[in-house]
Design a protein around this ligand. Structure first.
Ligand code: FEO
Length: 171
């Protein structure tokens, strides 16, 4: 793998680890305001981000590259409301989408077809990441801070279970 591509993948591992850290911090926030379902959703999201980081880690290794880990930034530890937290999730995911798009652009520029194909999974994943955050924002807006509305959303979000994609458990 070319040096430029390797550097960019290593940066993306850090971005995915930061995502996990951010959502773990949000889990702690939701636990602190007694919304266990929101916290469960964030735990699953944290595990998903760790899986994203490891997927890239394994790919770099498979291509003969050396993974090098950088420091992970400190995330915020509280938000004004559940809606404020989910607005940050969406904003963050839009940022990650732009990072993935930049990686695809680089893979094309470097004529690195294997990386380009690998990254397509992330392109599709980001569509889902943004859509699920946006759907929760819309539900939270409908509740207009009503306690019973929040309680219902909390019950729904609490049903989320993280499952490792089949391709990642095959080996
Ligand atoms: Fe790994 Fe939420 O993007």
């Amino acid at each position: 793998m070319k040096e430029k591509m390797l550097t960019a993948f290593n940066k993306q591992i850090n971005a995915e680890m930061y995502s996990a850290y951010l959502y773990l911090s949000m889990e702690a926030y939701f636990q602190s305001i007694n919304l266990p379902g929101f916290a469960t959703w964030m735990r699953a999201q944290t595990q998903e981000e760790m899986m994203h980081a490891m997927k890239i880690y394994d790919f770099v290794f498979e291509r003969g590259g050396k993974v090098s880990l950088e420091a992970i930034d400190k995330p915020a530890s509280s938000w004004d409301s559940p809606l404020a937290a989910f607005k940050e999730v969406l904003k963050h995911e839009q940022h990650v989408t732009s990072l993935i798009n930049d990686l695809v652009d680089l893979a094309i520029k470097e004529k690195d077809h294997a990386s380009n194909i690998f990254l397509q999974w992330f392109v599709t994943e980001q569509v889902e990441e943004e859509a699920s955050a946006d759907a929760i924002i819309q539900r939270l807006k409908l509740t207009k801070d009503s306690g019973s509305g929040l309680f219902m959303i909390d019950a729904q979000l609490g049903q989320r279970v993280f499952t490792m994609p089949a391709a990642d458990t095959a080996e």
